[in-house]
Design a protein around this ligand. Sequence first.
Ligand code: ACO
Length: 322
Amino acid sequence: TLRAVVTGVGHYLPDRVVPNSEFEKTLDTNDEWIRARSGIERRHFAAEGETTASMASAASRAALAMAGVEPQDVDAIIVATSTADLTFPSAATMVQAELGMTRGFAFDVQAVCAGFVFALSNANALILSGQAKRVLVIGAETFSRIMDWTDRSTCVLFGDGAGAVLLEVQDGTGTSADRGILSTDLNSDGRHKDLLYVDGGVSTGTTGYLRMQGNQVFRHAVEKLASTATTALERAGVTAADVDWVVPHQANIRIIQGTAKKLGVSMDRVVVTVQDHGNTSAASIPLALSVGHARGQIKQGDLVVTEAIGGGLAWGAVVLRW
Ligand code: ACO
């Protein structure tokens, strides 16, 4: 049985750290409200000239270095993003050029905050079908560029950054003891498009900002996240009791806690970075994987479940053994 195994992980965060208190100068908000409602304490914002592709490249270099793999030996690059540098070409081809990789193929996946889970699932399929042996899977975002800085209900919640994993094919036994991706589950429901969107885009000849009915998204989040994680765990032939680490999309600490509770996993088995990064959309899970690994939380052999929900709505989960 072929398995797609994580052999490298890395991340990049812009230098500029913005604490909640900075928003008190321009908005009717305060540090206590933001902490209590979201769990966010600070976030990173990209500098001028810093882009999704440049951050994605930096995260990729770290993941490749950990794996000891040269860019020329990578078969495919998938970037999950809703904030690519340009309408086209893809951010993934920009990363390809930046890394000096002249073979293989590269493309973007757009499923907003669920993007990394969708990208991971696609990368797994490419590896299991024999089309690729090594795939770089990246989540990278500059959401600071689509914020309405006059809207206190959204602009305090998001941040910029990038995370990357290298997946490499290995032979497994076909049991849940194998390292690598054990199962995936993807979902979307376009009826909910008005809950979370950017009110502008290319084919409408407009540019826009992020709009969100936060409490409506919240209402869907815990139930759908627990449901997709449970489906993926069942497909992998494991239970929540077997899980070493839940690595959730980092949007809101109350969603993270609610989902863990519903799954029956205690918070000491959940990787939490939302306090330091805010919501970095598709970048949040690979950032949390990289930080969780660097903290010594996620170790080889650990059973990890990642889950995410975002605009679309789109949501999903991936179960893997690290
Ligand atoms: N400071 C102070 N008050 C605020 C702020 C702020 N920054 N923002 C909103 N408020 C006010 C509101 O105006 C409202 O006031 P009102 O009662 O007088 O109308 C009050 O706070 C409560 O607002 P709610 O929206 O009901 O607050 P809630 O407890 O739901 O928390 C939050 C808001 C944090 C946005 C929450 O709903 C949430 O996190 N939702 C999910 C976000 C999310 O996960 N998004 C999806 C993923 S992202 C992606 O895919 C791109």
